[in-house]
Design a protein around this ligand. Structure first.
Ligand code: DGL
Length: 290
C-alpha cells in the first residue's frame, strides 16, 4: 500500500479519531498522547467546512455527519473525540443517534471549572458565534455557574487567524490578534476567561499573558482527555491492538497521530504541512470521499 486511497478498502482500527473543523483539537490529541503514549490516534480536520462556528445548527449537524461518514471509510475508531465545542454543543446528540455503534467523547466549555476558580463571579466565555448562541451553553451556565455572571464573546476573526496564520505568524502579530478579546473582557471586569473554542488553546499562553496575572484562563483539555482515556479503559480492555507499521514519510496514512484534512480540492496544503512539522506529527493529506 502506498497512499491513503488504499485505506478505503480496509478501514484501519485505531484507538481514537480526533475531529474538529480545523486545527483546534490538536492540543487535545497531543495531550492525550502525552498521558498515554502508546495510544493510536488519528486527527481529522474538516477543513472543507471550516468555520463551523458561523453555520446554523442544522448545517453543523449535516457537516459533522458527513465528516464522520468520511472518517469511517478510512478508519475504525474505538472512540471519536469531538475536539470542537461548536459541534459538541450543537450536534453531539444527533451524532450519537446517527452512529449508535460509535462511542463519542464531546468537548464543552469549561464553565464548571471557571465557576470553581472565579473570585468575583464574573466569567468570560470566548467561543464561536454558534457556541455563544446555543441554548445548551446557557443550560451549562445555569447548571454549573448559577451564581456567576457569564459574559460571552464570539471571535470568528481570532479563530480564522489561528486556523490560517498562527503557525507562521510573528510574536507581535499573535499578541495583536488576542488583544480585542482580552480588552473586551478587561472592560467587563472578568477575572476568569474560558477558552470555549478549541482553537484558542494554541494561544492559551499568549491570551493569559495579555490578560495579566489577575485573570485566570481555563480550558477543557484535561477533562476531555481524562474522559477519553476512561472510555478507552472501559472499551478497549482485552481487545487486540492493531499493529501499524512505524511512522515513515512514505506511509503517512498509517502513522500514529497523522493529521488529515478534508479539502476542499485545491486547498493550499502548505500551512498544514508546516504546522505538522512544527508539532512533529505526520501529515497525511486530504481524505477523499472516493
Ligand atoms: N474549534 C471549534 C470549537 O471548538 C470551532 C471553530 C470553527 O468555527 O469552526 O468550537
Amino acid at each position: 500500500m502506498s497512499d491513503i486511497s488504499d485505506l478505503r478498502h480496509a478501514p484501519q482500527i485505531v484507538d481514537y479519531v480526533f475531529f474538529d473543523s480545523g486545527t483546534g483539537g490538536l492540543p487535545y490529541m497531543l495531550h492525550l498522547k502525552e498521558k498515554s503514549p502508546n495510544t493510536l490516534c488519528i486527527y481529522v480536520a474538516d477543513t472543507r467546512n471550516f468555520p463551523y462556528g458561523l453555520k446554523s445548527g442544522s448545517q453543523i449537524t449535516s457537516c459533522a455527519e458527513a465528516a464522520v461518514r468520511l472518517i469511517l471509510r478510512y478508519f475504525k475508531p474505538r472512540a471519536v473525540v469531538i475536539g470542537c465545542n461548536t459541534i459538541s454543543v450543537t450536534a453531539l446528540e444527533q451524532l450519537r443517534a446517527s452512529f449508535p455503534s460509535l462511542h463519542f467523547v464531546g468537548t464543552v466549555p469549561a464553565i464548571k471549572q471557571a465557576a470553581s476558580v472565579t473570585k468575583n463571579g464574573r466569567i468570560g466565555l470566548l467561543a464561536t458565534r454558534r457556541t455563544v448562541d446555543e441554548p445548551y451553553t446557557a443550560e451549562l451556565a445555569n447548571r454549573f455557574a448559577p451564581d456567576c455572571t457569564l459574559i460571552t464573546r464570539a471571535d470568528p476573526t481570532l479563530i480564522r487567524f489561528i486556523e490560517h496564520d498562527f503557525f507562521t505568524a510573528s510574536e507581535a502579530a499573535k499578541k495583536a490578534a488576542v488583544l480585542p478579546a482580552v480588552d473586551f473582557f478587561a472592560e467587563q471586569g472578568v477575572d476568569t476567561i474560558i477558552l470555549g473554542c478549541t482553537h484558542f488553546l494554541h494561544m492559551a499562553d499568549t491570551i493569559a499573558e495579555a490578560a495579566g496575572a489577575g485573570v485566570c484562563v481555563v480550558d477543557s483539555k484535561e477533562g476531555v482527555v481524562n474522559q477519553a482515556l476512561r472510555v478507552g479503559l472501559e472499551r478497549f480492555e482485552g481487545s487486540v491492538r492493531p499493529v501499524l507499521p512505524p511512522a515513515e514519510p512514505l506511509y503517512p496514512a498509517y502513522a500514529d497521530s497523522t493529521f488529515f484534512i478534508t479539502g476542499p480540492e485545491g486547498i493550499n496544503e502548505e500551512p498544514y504541512k508546516i504546522l505538522s512539522k512544527k508539532l512533529n506529527i505526520p501529515y497525511g493529506g486530504i481524505l477523499k470521499d472516493e
